[in-house]
Design a protein around this ligand. Structure first.
Ligand SMILES: NC(=O)c1ccc[n+]([C@@H]2O[C@H](COP(=O)([O-])OP(=O)(O)OC[C@H]3O[C@@H](n4cnc5c(N)ncnc54)[C@H](OP(=O)(O)O)[C@@H]3O)[C@@H](O)[C@H]2O)c1
Length: 280
């Protein structure tokens, strides 16, 4: 309760005095910056005066975002990297540290979602492997590469973009949500180990956000969702405030039900699972 109040007071003070955002001049690396939440995080951080390092696979889309960031008056560098390739991540770390010395805020945002029931997954173990590759092994490897420089400068912040699903444990998302729960837990333990080195970790448990990721799912068309712009602004806020977690109220309510009434929660989730068919 005290920390959010202090963060709000600090924001108000900045607004009244015209003081710059704590992000001004900081080096912010955003993965998955070519689209959706990552793209809009880059714009929000640029407006706060950060220096942006933009990472994804599609060079042309990254360059488009970098141009827009420069149009906002901020510096932007692009790095094409497939974050499922461990050697490519190691090379990215070497290049980023050579060019910038350190990263202040690392936003582990690149990811993929797979919506498929276990009944329809009998011959699809690769769904488990590819979600773990991009949503867990990639961010862990990148964070481990950048962590020593954060520790030695006495400040660092890792933002893991996860999902309310780690709290709700929604059927049909076993591969996706297990990979997000893995990075959520890994990040929390990192925060507990690296606290005295000034390293902070925020796990962001987003609800639905209107991005290309959810576009193919017809069931989401009429559901309430944040815009990618709102999501990017929220990432900017957590980079300023450094909370341990940020989440959607529905995620916390679902988590509480799961703890207080686990059998009823399983039954309700099973009904939902039966009502919503697998995508064809
Ligand atoms: N949209 C939602 O409702 C929602 C809700 C909760 C959490 N999230 C999470 O939010 C994050 C961003 O998703 P989004 O909704 O903004 O979707 P998006 O628009 O599809 O963006 C996904 C980003 O990840 C990058 N990416 C994917 N695979 C990659 C790889 N192997 N190497 C490097 N970059 C890769 C993509 O860039 P390239 O294709 O150029 O590589 C793209 O920039 C994801 O982690 C997602 O799980 C989304």
């Amino acid at each position: 309760m005290i920390a959010p109040t202090l963060a709000t007071a600090a924001r108000l003070r900045r607004r009244l005095t015209g003081a710059p955002s704590p992000l001004a001049g900081r080096v912010v690396l955003v993965t998955g910056a070519s689209s959706g939440i990552g793209e809009h995080t880059a714009y929000a951080a640029a407006r706060a005066g950060a220096r942006l390092l933009l990472v994804a696979r599609r060079a042309d889309e990254l360059e488009r975002v970098a141009e827009a960031v420069r149009g906002l008056g901020a510096e932007a560098s692009t790095y094409t990297c497939d974050l499922t390739d461990g050697d490519a991540i190691d090379a990215l770390v070497v290049q980023v540290l050579a060019e910038h010395g350190h990263v202040d805020h690392l936003v582990n945002n690149a990811g993929r979602s797979i919506r498929r029931s276990l009944a329809a997954s009998a011959d699809r173990f690769h769904d488990v492997e590819r979600t773990m590759a991009i949503n867990y092994f990639g961010p862990v490897r990148l964070t481990m590469g950048l962590l020593p420089a954060m520790r030695s400068q006495g400040f660092g912040h890792v933002v893991n973009v996860v999902s309310w699903g780690v709290q709700l444990k929604a059927p049909k998302f076993s591969a996706y949500l297990a990979s997000k729960a893995a990075i959520d837990t890994w990040g929390r333990i990192l925060a507990r180990e690296a606290r005295s080195d000034g390293v902070h970790v925020t796990n962001m448990r987003f609800g639905l956000v209107k991005t290309p990721m959810i576009a193919p799912t017809k069931e989401y068309e009429n559901q309430r969702a944040m815009t990618a712009e709102q999501a990017g602004e929220q990432v900017r806020r957590v980079m300023e405030d450094l909370p341990p977690t940020w989440g959607h109220p529905v995620g916390y309510v679902g988590e509480a039900f799961g703890l207080l009434a686990p059998r009823i929660t399983d039954a309700v989730m099973h009904r939902l699972h039966q009502k919503i068919p697998d995508a064809r």
